[in-house]
Design a protein. Structure first.
Ligand SMILES: Cc1cc2nc3c(=O)[nH]c(=O)nc-3n(C[C@H](O)[C@H](O)[C@H](O)COP(=O)(O)OP(=O)(O)OC[C@H]3O[C@@H](n4cnc5c(N)ncnc54)[C@H](O)[C@@H]3O)c2cc1C
Length: 355
């Protein structure tokens, strides 16, 4: 995979330019930092990153990491090289032996420092490992990452973004539109995204942010100008005493967004909204994100059908797919929230590798 390669893979081309929206960036590890017992920050640097970025904050900007495979002697195999301007490179890559081609995983840009002489981005990896100590290619790679290690990142081409705002770049899902009251909820994999979103918010934004993490040592510092109440939830330090994944998050969301009092009185089936169609999270990705919630989406006024003083609401929810699926059912069916107002994203699936 070469540094300046374009990454079409059915690549969406910017309608205003001939530039591809995404590029492949060859980078090396500049630094590794233990943030907490279960978070490890890896800083990636490279001159190729001069072409990286979106215009505006990175928010929940997702990128793909190409993780090299380990050879028998414990060194990493070189990543395969593709002509990424050729459509079909991704299918070709998929067809290769995973032991040789490496793995592709999705992560969030936590910080970017792209204006300096040597551009860098930070990615915060969750250190998740099973009872045998295996975490999957990305967690294993991050555990052993050291300065000088090379990988390839697939991310936004800033030249294509010259007339495209972060709000419509497809790697960013945070689209609150006119909402002034928000709900952010996620597990540890969503902490980098929620943190970056909170840091971008204006002072007049209100609401709640719930972040569920393995243990209290994983509570990280987040600064925000917004009037959003940030609540960290710790499942517990040891496996024996740990609460099940998503239980605390689900309870917190339910207490912040309760079922309206009239449900069950006015509706025959006791629901406030339609039953959302089922998603088999073992077979499919749960990814339901609305387009920007603006006046066109919510009606002619900023606040249709709502009492005076009520503010448009937007929720962004990400984490383990089964947990997110249950929260989707609760918010859409039991509470009756309009799906145009909520982004539901399964960031990973229990017992399933990303690819
Ligand atoms: C848009 C987006 C942004 C994301 N941003 C981040 C980020 O910034 N930081 C981050 O750490 N993750 C992030 N993730 C989640 C990350 O992509 C997955 O956790 C991914 O599966 C990790 O790859 P792996 O190679 O370590 O494990 P895989 O090979 O994919 O999975 C191996 C095993 O580990 C399990 N597993 C995977 N992730 C976890 C976990 N977190 N906890 C417990 N078990 C797990 C799987 O169920 C599977 O059984 C993001 C995902 C998406 C879709």
């Amino acid at each position: 995979m070469s540094t300046a390669s374009n990454v079409p893979a059915g690549t969406v081309k910017n309608q205003f330019a001939t530039e591809p929206m995404t590029l492949a960036f060859d980078v090396t590890v500049s630094a590794v930092q233990e943030l907490s017992p279960n978070f490890r920050r890896v800083t990636f640097g490279g001159y190729s990153l001069r072409d990286f970025g979106v215009h505006g904050g990175t928010l929940d900007l997702r990128i793909k990491l190409m993780i090299p495979s380990l050879a028998a002697d414990g060194t990493y195999l070189p990543l395969p090289v593709f002509e990424m301007e050729q459509a079909g490179w991704y299918q070709e890559w998929l067809a290769m032996d995973p032991a040789i081609r490496g793995s592709m995983r999705t992560y969030t840009v936590r910080y970017e420092r792209l204006d300096g002489v040597y551009p860098e981005i930070d990615v915060d990896f969750v250190m998740h490992f099973d009872s045998k100590g295996d975490g999957g290619p990305a967690a294993n790679w991050a555990l052993n990452a050291k300065p000088g290690d090379a990988i390839t990142i697939i991310g936004p081409n800033n030249r294509a973004a010259h007339c495209v705002t972060a709000e419509i770049y497809s790697g960013i899902e945070w689209r609150p539109g006119l909402a002034q009251r928000i709900l952010l909820a996620g597990d540890e994999t969503a902490v980098p995204a929620i943190s970056a979103i909170l840091e971008s918010l204006p002072a007049d934004m209100t609401g709640h942010a719930f972040l569920e993490v393995p243990e209290a040592g994983d509570f990280l510092d987040i600064k925000t100008a917004a009037d959003v109440e940030i609540t960290w939830l710790a499942r517990g330090a040891s496996i024996g005493r740990s609460r099940p994944h998503g239980q605390l998050l689900t309870e917190a969301v339910k207490s912040a967004v309760p079922v309206p009092g009239w449900v069950g009185i006015r509706t025959p089936d006791g629901a406030a909204g339609p039953e959302p169609e089922d998603v088999d999270v073992d077979q499919n990705i749960l990814w339901e994100t609305p387009t920007r919630m603006d006046t066109a989406a919510i009606g002619a006024t900023k606040n249709p059908g709502m009492p005076a003083g009520a503010m448009p609401f937007y929720a962004w929810i990400a984490g383990e797919a089964g947990v997110i699926k249950d929260l989707r059912r609760y918010l859409v069916r039991d509470v009756g929230i309009d799906r145009k107002q909520v982004a539901f994203m399964g960031y990973w699936r229990q017992g399933k590798a990303e690819l």
